[in-house]
Design a protein around this ligand. Sequence first.
Ligand code: XMP
Length: 513
Amino acid sequence: MSLNSGHELVLVVDFGGQYTQLIVRRIREHGVYSEMVPYNKAADVIRERNPSAVVLSGGPRSVDEADAPTMDPAALQGIPTLGICYGHQWLAANMGGSAKKAEGREYGRQALTSVAANSWLAGLASRQVWMSHGTEVVQPPTGAVVIASTDGCPVAAFADEANKRYGVQFHPEVSHTPAGKEILRRFLFEHVGLKGDWTTANFIEESIARIREEVGDAKVLCAVSGGVDSSVMAALLTRAIGDRAVCVFVDHGLLRKGEAQQVRQAFTEHFHPRLIVFDARARFFSALAGITDPEQKRKTIGEQFVRVFEDHADDLKDCTFLAQGTLYPDVIESGSSTAAKIKTHHNVGGLPDWMRLKLIEPLRWLFKDEVRALGRALGLPEEMVEREPFPGPGLAVRILGEVTSARVATVQEADWIFRTELRARGLQVGIWQSYAALLGDVRSVGVMGDERTYENPIILRAVQSEDAMTATAAPIPFEILEHIATRIVNEVPGVNRVLYDLTSKPPATIEWE
Ligand code: XMP
């Protein structure tokens, strides 16, 4: 099932480029719905879905190699098409022009040295473009004319206005091409003639209709963790089917200070579902007693979720569906935008076998920022919509050594001070995650009020990241760190030292365990 019934659709054919997802996002930012399709399925999908336009992505290969990625050019007949980088070369090579390996590679910022008057690229505020290629177009496709060049690339762009076929050797989707947004806007609205009918309000309306159709009279189990994705998913389901969205929140006692309470409040105050809270704190703490190994902690927590669901079989036995907050990047990562990927819910950690639930994933076409916009439109409070990613096993992986309720309280207090101080100065902006961790089994000697202390250290970690795959330590000013350290040692019992983690990922990871 796809989203565009009755709407404008731009399909982005993926030839394996590193920016393909970004092209999809940029098109959606213009209010036009877009999806990615792998090149080997592209022709069939285009014929089936009849998109308003097609964009051909970049890719690591050269079009003149024997087994280079390709598709049936006839599928593009009559459809406005924009080729980017590899896509630009592919259009030339397959539509009557030619492309060949260049003498050298052209990489990085370049300037368009000539641009044809009255063309698609005329009069842009900036002529700076981002290039990354080792193959170039020699002859544009039949009917197309060259409309821009750089010093190293004679055919940097071409246009065939009659057939609405365009190509750019550079990448308009990256921020290093300052006029990239305008270039895509002109393509979508002036050349293809789209209107831009992809809005959050439309999405809500259509998703509700789709959920109602799929679910019928059944009940849907929505396991919520307090994170953005599951909260938005539950809010959407509740809007669609009211109380038949059975929202369950397992309080394992391992959330940040005040967050369990916040989840309850946000749900009951902001969209009034029947939120079922299973207070499983005692169960989790007793199961975690004596465990120090990080993987063992994760496994134990996963198992306890299953036990909690088993304990409450009576409350849940009527549910025939399970809603998951899978997002579009997860779907894309599975290798195909048309194949479903079933992701184990981090926070549920697998459900018991007797729950043979059908899966629904209402957010599987959305990017994270779109999910946040959707959450706002559904009335979720800002603190919930803007919440940082948080690991499913919670504070258990931020307490090194055994997890006890006393240690959880210590880490919660330190974490609270750290994050409150960052927020008070607006420093949380641009930070991917920030948290406090406790070295539970390490003690050091200190002195406080003339007395010797022998207590635990707290580690502060704040990182900048795009996607959690890599990360760097956030450059928080030293005086602020010092102030925070003083507050933590003064206000949190049992802590006499504070350290700031400067390590990037790799070689470290974001979490300590
Ligand atoms: P690392 O520590 O591997 O974390 O750099 C990358 C991202 O994943 C989160 N994380 C987890 N999320 N269950 C989760 O749901 C887990 O066991 C888990 N471990 C790490 C982490 O917070 C970061 O955003």
